[in-house]
Write a protein that binds this ligand. Structure first.
Ligand code: NDP
Ligand code: MG
Length: 382
């Protein structure tokens, strides 16, 4: 059997390190390149363990530091956007795990697709902002876009062998995050530490904050629209606090398919890397006799208005999802730096969306320019 030659963009992160765990337990998987922002300590140990051809450190100074540290190893060290793209398009690779955080992933993903690589896709901000550019390219270059985000991986599994024309709606489940059930008044004084405590999943800092504000679910609604080519009316969000059902698909005849499991990202990661094969995966199994409850609620889109704003941005289309995403990336960074209050995250997104005049079908350059403008606007004010 042919081995799997893998590139991991974002190898030091939550998805990246779990991907490496999957690689460790599959003998036919090789890591060809890894990339991260600046964490050279972890990159060094990953290089020594996995022996990739290439490693990219986005930060140039840190790249020089890594180069010195691993001068006794053959791995080539590259940096910056050019370096990310070199890793993403490496000749020897079959599949690129897109697991950087934020829309920094747009260009590497586009170049990987052009180079004919399949994509194991976690980096939702990239599809939210550039889905209209990326999905037609996936078709044109005949590559596979394999979702890693647990909800989308669930939907992808529910759609296996089905006719997409027979889908009625996608039922995207959400845990509701740590503040489910709270009022706006109660959210007024939320601190960084409170928002970083997710009830069911352990993830990177940005997505953990996004999960608490429900902006994550909003980004996932837009991600689902692009991955599965459905309208926004066909995507419904349902709160399922125990995170047992990872998402569902309702078909035209009323049948509902669901994918269930314990919350473990290694399942969607391994499934994407091995698709269409399903392999053994170590870990806890669902025990239905011990499972006391699976409950459902309607999302509260007034308190958690980030979700409502995402539906609006998605429906308005064009450059609006870029504004939503860029404003959120910046606002979350400011919140993590303790420069703004928790509820300001959604307020800032709303303000940026209100100020924006939509550009239809924005080009990559326009997307990146609008991103920068949104960053500058927020920097000037907060
Ligand atoms: P983390 O914050 O844990 O990791 C982010 C990764 O991106 C790190 O490797 C980081 O490197 C790297 N990175 C950041 N900036 C750059 C840059 N400029 N150039 C290159 N690499 C960079 O995030 P997660 O793993 O949690 O999330 C990654 C993506 O996957 C996000 O889009 C998220 O929404 C999505 N996702 C995550 C899930 C999860 O369970 N964690 C679930 C579903 C989706 P460094 O360490 O050096 O900063
Ligand atoms: Mg998800």
């Amino acid at each position: 059997m042919k081995s799997k030659e893998i590139v991991i963009l974002g190898s030091t992160g939550s998805i990246g390190t779990q991907t490496l765990e999957v690689v460790r337990s599959n003998e036919d998987m090789n890591v060809r390149a890894i990339a991260a922002g600046s964490n050279v300590d972890l990159l060094e140990s990953q290089v020594r363990e996995f022996n990739p051809e290439m490693v990219c450190v986005f930060d140039e100074e840190k790249a020089l530091e890594l180069k010195k540290r691993i001068s006794n190893v053959k791995t080539e060290v590259v940096s910056g956007m050019e370096g990310l793209i070199e890793c993403a398009t490496l000749d020897s690779a079959d599949i690129v795990v897109a697991a950087v955080v934020g829309m920094i992933g747009i260009r590497p993903v586009i170049e990987a697709i052009k180079a004919g690589k399949d994509i194991a896709f976690a980096n939702k901000e990239t599809l939210v902002t550039a889905g209209h550019i990326i999905m037609p390219m996936v078709k044109k270059y005949g590559v596979k876009m394999l979702p890693v985000d647990s909800e989308h991986a669930a939907i992808f599994q529910c759609l296996n062998g089905e006719n997409s024309g027979e889908v009625d709606s996608l039922l995207l489940t959400a845990s509701g995050g740590p503040f489910r059930g709270m009022t706006r008044e109660q959210l007024e004084d939320i601190q960084v530490e409170d928002a970083l405590k997710h009830p069911n999943w352990s993830m990177g800092r940005k997505i953990t904050i996004d999960s608490s504000t429900m902006v994550n679910k909003g980004l996932e609604v837009i991600e689902a629209k692009w991955l599965f080519d459905v309208s926004f009316d066909q995507i419904k969000v349902i709160i399922q606090p125990q995170s047992v059902i990872h998402s569902m698909v309702q078909f035209k005849d009323g049948a509902v398919m669901a994918q269930l499991g314990t919350p473990d990202m290694k399942l969607p990661i391994q499934y994407a890397l091995c698709y269409p094969e399903r392999r053994y995966l170590e870990g806890e199994r669902l025990d239905f006799c011990k499972l006391s409850d699976i409950t459902f609620e309607k999302p509260d889109m007034e308190t958690f208005k980030g979700l409502k704003l995402a539906y609006e941005a998605g429906r308005e289309g064009g450059s609006m999802p870029t504004v939503l995403n860029a404003a959120n990336e910046k606002a979350v960074a400011l919140f993590l730096d303790r420069k703004i209050k928790y509820l300001q995250i959604a307020d800032i997104i709303e303000e940026c969306m209100m100020k924006h005049s939509i550009v239809d079908n924005p080009s990559l350059e326009e997307i990146l320019e609008i991103e920068q403008r949104v960053y500058n606007y927020i920097d000037d004010r907060y």
